[in-house]
Design a protein. Structure first.
Length: 233
């Protein structure tokens, strides 16, 4: 018998393919999802060499990005509006770090995929990052002082969901892919990966992380572009 939560999603399931959900239902959804989630979070083999290799590569990427950004920032002139914007983008080491990392992970997947513990270390550090930026936040202040912020976020979530459902239907994406992509857009790679793991959609864990990270890169470029544009104007 189908679970109750499916009753509220029958419209989406009727209009989109959902092979991963069907697979879980065939083998017993609850137990299989728990098994896959447990397997993902289970202990993995990792050595001191793996830790050193992971951190060493991170330091190398940061060092190269810092040097490259400094070089580009020094050679790109700022004597007109367009060049000033270009200097602000290509001379920013944080943009270079994220871009270089994504390029390396995309074109050298076997090399980086075989580094044991890299994903665990990276996920742990990004969770620390979210905790640090989330600690000063106050739900009470947001509700009492900035209610329009909640409305703004709600509008973004609704528009994002409607848009991605339309695009997913147009290009015949699976329902699971659409939901993970939407989560990546809204919450980033960590929440999207957590959703994929919890649902037992293990083939979508890595795509969720890559999609969320790519969103960070694009968002960083647009954010710094707008910041530099406003500072120049």
């Amino acid at each position: 018998m189908e679970r109750k939560w499916q009753d509220g999603s029958h419209i989406f399931r009727k209009n989109f393919n959902h092979p991963l959900i069907d697979e879980l239902e065939r083998v017993g959804e609850d137990e299989e999802a728990k098994t896959r989630a447990a397997a993902y979070w289970d202990k993995k083999e990792i050595s001191l060499k793996d830790i050193a290799f992971t951190i060493g590569i991170s330091f190398i990427i940061v060092a190269i990005s810092d040097a490259l950004a400094g070089f580009l920032g020094s050679v790109i002139p700022t004597n007109n509006f367009g060049l000033s914007l270009l200097n602000g983008l290509l001379g920013n080491k944080y943009l270079i770090i994220t871009t270089l990392t994504m390029i390396l992970a995309t074109y050298l997947p076997d090399f980086f995929g075989n580094i044991n513990g890299a994903q665990e270390i990276g996920t742990f550090l990004i969770y620390i990052f979210f905790v640090v930026i989330g600690v000063p936040a106050s739900i009470h202040l947001i509700i009492t002082k900035s209610p329009l912020l909640l409305l703004f976020c709600a509008i973004m979530v609704i528009v994002n969901m409607l848009f991605i459902l339309f695009i997913g239907k147009l290009f015949k994406f699976n329902l699971e892919e659409i939901l993970i992509a939407s989560n990546s857009n809204i919450g980033g790679p960590t929440t999207a990966a957590a959703m994929a793991i919890a649902k037992g959609w293990t083939p979508l864990v890595l795509p969720a992380i890559l999609a969320g990270t790519l969103g960070y890169i694009i968002g960083n470029y647009f954010g710094i572009f707008i910041g530099n544009l406003l500072s120049i104007l």
